[in-house]
Design a protein around this ligand. Sequence first.
Ligand code: ZN
Length: 198
Amino acid sequence: MAARRKIQDDFSIRGGTQRHDPDGNALCMAAGCEAHAEYPAPRNKQDLRNYIKFCLEHIRCFNQSWNYYDGIEGEELEQEIRRATTWERPTWKFGTGPGQKSGYQFDDRFGFFDDSDPASSKDGQPQLDPEEAKAWALFDLPPSSDMQELKKRYNALAKKYHPDHNQGDSKAEELLKEINLAYSVLRKKVLDLNSPAA
Ligand SMILES: [Zn+2]
């Protein structure tokens, strides 16, 4: 297991809460990294709702290390390590592939939206469907958020990624589409949750 140890040693996550710079931008939670962080991920598999953020380089490291907890072993694990260490892109869950959607950073980067995952269903936590879980992750909000928090966050995100503020950057535009989609998902969830049982 020498290779496995190496990858995990290369990447450690800071303790404590999400760091920000003086302007309020999230800073990468990988130890020793001071880059801006735009890629949310759950801190660990036991605490899926506790999101922290990473830079692109470290969300890739995170995805790689996360995959080691998917119960892969032996030869399959060795193969995955080889892939993870030689490919210049995020790893993905087994059984899925690079053809998903646009390859953008929200494509199942958690790798845990998996029915076979025993960790997510035995602790009495209500299960989020993958679409909703991704939407909360994108909004960087806990799933218990109310409509006011959701709206506030949406307004901030929509403003941040609006084409007018990003010189027509196509990634920002793509992200804005994701944000709009996520908002419609979350809005419906929150409204359903709070509507009186009439
Ligand atoms: Zn980083």
